[in-house]
Design a protein. Structure first.
Length: 437
């Protein structure tokens, strides 16, 4: 493999040192890490730390900085996208506005995730078009949320090579390995669903251990939140699956709204404060490694997921990864062309979803998938397709159809017009498609 040029759009993110550290470890040959961000101040601080990290490691990897996309994309082999249109101020609005309507306020799901998708999809498609001119064979590896929905937009309106990546599946796998006291390589996740809307059965050396793991999660305090949330024991047993922690917004919707409204600040406001502290640390010219405080920012196993994916993209044999990919035959009850989050084989420059994760009989690893799970996935996929159409067309009627389709707005259809107008007003500068004359 020839040394790669890694382009990072959103290189001023406080996550970047984690990513840079991963690529400096030598598992993937890299000649250049090109960081791009429209925020020159953050780019200088974060990029300066990244450059010191490379120098301290004795690496020959060049870390370059730019506030324009062109020099960063030119000749890139991998383009990592990790940007946030509107910054953390927009995230806080995505959280606060739905809460004012007694709805879940969260940045990747529900009305907040919808608003973020409307802002992000046009920018992502613009980057994708520029890649076609400057690095047509490069892979776009998208971390930007909502990752699955954005990958769906790329499928429908993009071109070239692209993939949606989330650190959650690998984080879950690591937690499972620790809970069952086994090496991570022995763990297989029979994982299916959509990004931040997923379930899995757990196998160790091919033997299903899901029921044992569920009982361990119920009985052992340190493992109650193994999947990201302490689901009710009856819920776990009835599902017979390990649900993503993000499903708390669906299974415990009213409690989540109350808890979020009662919290002194939103997650976005907390992250804003953490980021300010991190940037102060990063600006220290003597700092040459990522600080421990980066863990508070979230994103566990972020760099590991990225480095492993890139490694296997250029590996003849490759390995399997849980990714946002075209369904093909992975989940039988969904159309083959839509994007899902499921295991896929990565190798020799190709990505192929693994067939029959959920088979035609409606079973995953031999276990029947509950009908409620199937129906929830179908409904959210309907919402995603409408959300992409709204983001690209700027149609207000389609946007409100998307909100009506979302399960988190069930029973609250009467507030949708006012909610949508509030989101449009708050984010007007980032939503020109809805204000065209």
């Amino acid at each position: 493999m020839n040394p790669l040029k890694i382009a990072v759009i959103g290189g001023g993110s406080t996550y970047t040192p984690e990513l840079v550290e991963g690529f400096l470890q030598g598992e993937v040959p890299v000649r250049e890490i090109a960081l791009m961000d429209i925020d020159a101040r953050k780019l200088a601080i974060v990029g300066g730390l990244a450059q010191r990290m490379a120098e301290c490691a004795g690496s020959r990897v060049a870390v370059t900085l730019a506030t324009e996309r062109a020099p960063v994309l030119e000749g890139a082999d991998i383009v990592v996208t990790q940007f946030r249109v509107g910054g953390l101020a927009a995230r806080v609005r995505d959280e606060r506005i739905p809460l004012s309507f007694d709805l879940v306020g969260q940045e990747t799901t529900g009305p907040g995730g919808f608003a973020k998708a409307l802002r992000t999809i046009p920018v992502m498609l613009e980057i994708n078009r520029e890649m076609a001119a400057r690095c047509p064979t490069a892979w776009l590896v998208n971390f930007t949320n909502p990752s699955g929905l954005i990958t769906e937009a790329l499928r429908l309106h993009g071109q070239g090579n692209y993939i949606g990546l989330c650190n959650y599946p690998l984080t879950l796998k690591m937690h499972v390995a620790a809970a069952l006291d086994v090496d991570e390589a022995r763990v297989t996740l029979a994982y299916f669903g959509l990004n931040h809307l997923s379930w899995t059965r757990v196998l160790i050396d091919g033997e299903d251990r899901t029921d044992r793991l569920i009982e361990l999660m119920i009985a052992t305090p340190e493992h109650r939140e193994l999947s990201g949330y302490a689901f009710a024991p009856d819920r776990l047993r009835a599902l017979g699956l390990i649900p993503s922690g993000y499903l708390r917004y669906y299974y415990d919707r009213e409690k989540m709204v109350r808890d979020l409204q009662a919290a002194p600040r939103t997650r976005g406001e907390h992250v804003r404060d953490v980021e300010a502290e991190l940037l102060q640390h990063y600006a220290d010219p003597t700092l040459t490694e990522k600080p421990a405080g980066l863990q508070e920012r979230g994103g566990a196993w972020y760099s590991t997921a990225a480095v492993r994916l890139v490694r296997d993209l250029f590996n003849a044999s490759g390995d399997s990864h849980v990714l946002n990919v075209t369904n093909d035959r992975a989940i039988a009850f969904l159309p083959p062309e839509v994007v899902v989050e499921t295991p896929a084989h990565v190798g020799d420059g190709k990505i192929e979803s693994l067939p029959a994760v959920v088979d035609a009989a409606g079973t995953v690893a031999g276990y029947p998938v509950p009908r409620e799970v199937v129906e929830l996935i179908l409904r959210v996929k309907e919402y995603e397709l409408l959300a992409v159409e709204a983001a690209v067309s700027g149609s207000r009627s389609v946007a409100m159809q998307a909100l009506r389709a979302h399960p988190l707005l069930d029973g609250r259809e009467n507030v949708i017009p006012e909610l949508f107008e509030s989101l449009l007003t708050a984010h007007r500068e980032y939503l020109p498609q809805f204000f065209a004359e």
